[in-house]
Design a protein around this ligand. Structure first.
Ligand SMILES: *[C@@H]1O[C@H](CO)[C@@H](O)[C@H](O)[C@H]1NC(C)=O
Ligand SMILES: *[C@@H]1O[C@H](CO)[C@@H](O)[C@H](O)[C@H]1NC(C)=O
Ligand SMILES: *[C@@H]1O[C@H](CO)[C@@H](O)[C@H](O)[C@H]1NC(C)=O
Ligand SMILES: *[C@@H]1O[C@H](CO)[C@@H](O)[C@H](O)[C@H]1NC(C)=O
Ligand SMILES: *[C@@H]1O[C@H](CO)[C@@H](O)[C@H](O)[C@H]1NC(C)=O
Ligand SMILES: *[C@@H]1O[C@H](CO)[C@@H](O)[C@H](O)[C@H]1NC(C)=O
Ligand SMILES: *[C@@H]1O[C@H](CO)[C@@H](O)[C@H](O)[C@H]1NC(C)=O
Length: 489
């Protein structure tokens, strides 16, 4: 409590100075429904600070943000459109803005309402990059059925992949299990919305997206390491509408966003169930030609897949590992770049990809077209993947082949599936990666590009027919618009 005399002395000064709320580092300040301009004092700092803002509601006209790093003195006017020395406008991109620089004397951040009222926003300061930010990595689209979607967050944490060393060169078990989960995972949520609702045109900020109701119902939410890149969150969303385009965002800790990605649900007639959460095939997260799951389950996981399917995959994996370890792994080297662990990992991906045939429908970009006939053994495959559309524009088609009920299944251990379906071929690169990572003596051979590869693989999508990396028709197995060209785990 200040002495009475001091209080009287201070009061007149407050009338003239703008007494601003001071922002502190890492604090996220929310302002709800402000109807006029506001300003905040920014802390003084030796190193660089990042100031960030996020709009939490859709608003028009869009308010403008100005900051100065000259001083945080209460006597300083709010920085504004009549730029002075060390005054900067922070431009917004999809409702989010940031500015990084030095604040040797602190600074002032001001929002100019620009005529808008009811402004809800967040402001924050950090010395580790902007708190409000768009992550570079996108969510990963697993697959859809007619009314479900499997979506993964970007990787949020890695795990220790200690390379085995001679003489105790131990490879992961054929019946692989997930690494031990991270102790303190961030708060990650998924927002799905029908693309026709236009969510992509609203603020792409954590506070706005977190306030939106996600379409569908998340029936399972789990941490999953689908490959050795690290931990992701996996969502199974149900109750979606068939043949509909959806937009998805992922929000991490309410301030970081990833997306949008787009995907389409399959048509109502599509009847291949989704298979996911298999520890021994962690990359499998797509629809497979299997009968409807037992006991009213809506998807297949490790707990309800037929034992014959599971045991065969694990047995192949065990036998391959036995053969591989006849090599003096870790003592002798068959390559300066890769070792037995890389070989086993790539073989597992290939084996899982081949064992779990993938069902699909044509990509959203070309809903009516697919390569209807398996390519002749002598065809290169590239010819079959392109059609010339209206106006001569070339369109790329997914590596789909029609499978009839009487055809022999690619994996004879999958139970019979009693309706025709379209099978998405694995990308040839799925095979080539095993070839590159494994020692020659295991005898793993992929078909060659210009002879018979297209009969069983999607050829020329990722790498070019000449083998140039990522120089193929699409350069990728799938894109953020929900197109899946060939299947790659
Ligand atoms: C304010 O930031 C600008 C740009 O980073 C910098 O050039 C200027 O020196 C800074 N002003 C002060 C007072 O540090
Ligand atoms: C910071 O803002 C710039 C535009 O001013 C934008 O390009 C950049 O992506 C933003 N940084 C982050 C991490 O969001
Ligand atoms: C694989 O491991 C899981 C969990 O450890 C176990 O429940 C299952 O029986 C194992 N499967 C086989 C075929 O060994
Ligand atoms: C995680 O985020 C959601 C949505 O932003 C929020 O409702 C929830 O309370 C948060 N949970 C924790 C533990 O912070
Ligand atoms: C979600 O799925 C995983 C993998 O199948 C399972 O272990 C977990 O128990 C499920 N969680 C819920 C809440 O059903
Ligand atoms: C793995 O090897 C064992 C022993 O040689 C054999 O009985 C089994 O059939 C093999 N597994 C597969 C899937 O081929
Ligand atoms: C979904 O999006 C694709 C392109 O992104 C478009 O060609 C197609 O017509 C859309 N489908 C529906 C049902 O809106």
């Amino acid at each position: 409590m200040l002495p009475h005399s001091l209080l009287i002395f201070f009061l007149p000064a407050l009338v003239f100075a703008q007494f601003r709320q001071q922002l502190t580092i890492y604090q996220v300040l929310s302002v709800n429904g402000a109807s006029s301009s506001r300003s905040w004092a920014l802390p003084q700092s030796e190193g660089a600070l990042s100031v960030s803002v996020a709009l939490c509601s859709s608003i028009s006209p869009v308010p403008r943000f100005f900051l100065t790093n000259s001083s945080n003195s209460n006597n300083l006017d709010d920085p504004g459109p009549s730029f002075g020395v060390d005054v900067f406008e922070m431009s917004l991109q999809f409702g989010q803005g940031n500015w990084t620089g030095s604040f040797p004397n602190g600074g002032v951040l001001a929002v100019d309402s620009n005529g808008a009222s009811g402004i809800s926003l967040e402001v924050a300061v950090s010395d580790r990059g902007p708190i409000h930010r768009s992550l570079n990595d996108l969510p990963f689209f697993g697959d859809t059925s007619s009314n479900q979607a499997l979506i993964f967050s970007p990787v949020f944490d890695t795990f220790d992949l200690a390379s085995p060393e001679f003489p105790n060169y131990k490879l992961p078990a054929a019946n692989l299990s997930q690494p031990s989960p991270p102790s303190n995972p961030p708060n990650i949520s998924l927002v799905i919305s029908a693309t026709s609702d236009g969510l992509e045109n609203e603020p792409r900020t954590g506070c706005f997206l977190s306030s939106q109701r996600s379409t569908g119902a998340t029936s399972n939410e789990t941490l999953w390491a689908k490959d050795d890149l690290g931990w992701r969150k996996q969502w199974l969303s149900e109750g979606l509408t068939p043949s509909t385009n959806y937009t998805a965002f992922v929000v991490q800790d309410r301030t970081k966003i990833s997306g949008p990605i787009y995907f389409a649900t399959k048509s109502a007639a599509f009847n291949c169930p989704l298979v996911h959460s298999l520890p021994y095939c962690p990359g499998v997260a797509y629809s497979v030609p299997l009968p409807a799951p037992p006991n009213g389950d809506t998807t297949y996981t490790a707990t309800n897949l037929p034992n014959k399917v599971t045991n065969t995959v694990i047995s192949y994996m065990a036998n391959f590992t036995t053969v591989l370890t006849t090599f003096a792994c870790g003592r002798d080297w068959y390559s300066p770049l890769v070792g037995c662990d890389d070989c086993q990992r790539e073989y597992r991906k290939w084996l899982c990809s081949i064992s779990f045939t993938r069902c699909a429908e044509p990509s959203p970009e070309n809903p009516d077209a697919f390569t209807s006939m398996p390519a002749a053994p002598t065809e290169t495959g590239l010819a079959a993947s392109i059609v010339t559309g209206a106006g001569g524009a070339q369109k790329v088609l997914s590596a789909l082949i029609a499978v009839q009920t009487q055809d022999t299944a690619r994996n004879e251990n999958l139970p019979a599936f009693d309706s025709p379906y379209l099978q998405l071929q694995p990308c040839l690169e799925q095979c080539n990666q095993v070839d590159r990572a494994c020692p020659p003596f295991v005898g793993f051979k992929c078909p060659t590009n210009n002879f018979n590869a297209a009969a069983s693989y999607g050829v020329g999508y990722i790498d070019s027919a000449d083998g140039d990396k990522a120089k193929g028709l699409t350069g990728v197995a799938q894109d953020k618009y929900g197109n899946v060209w060939c299947q790659m785990i």
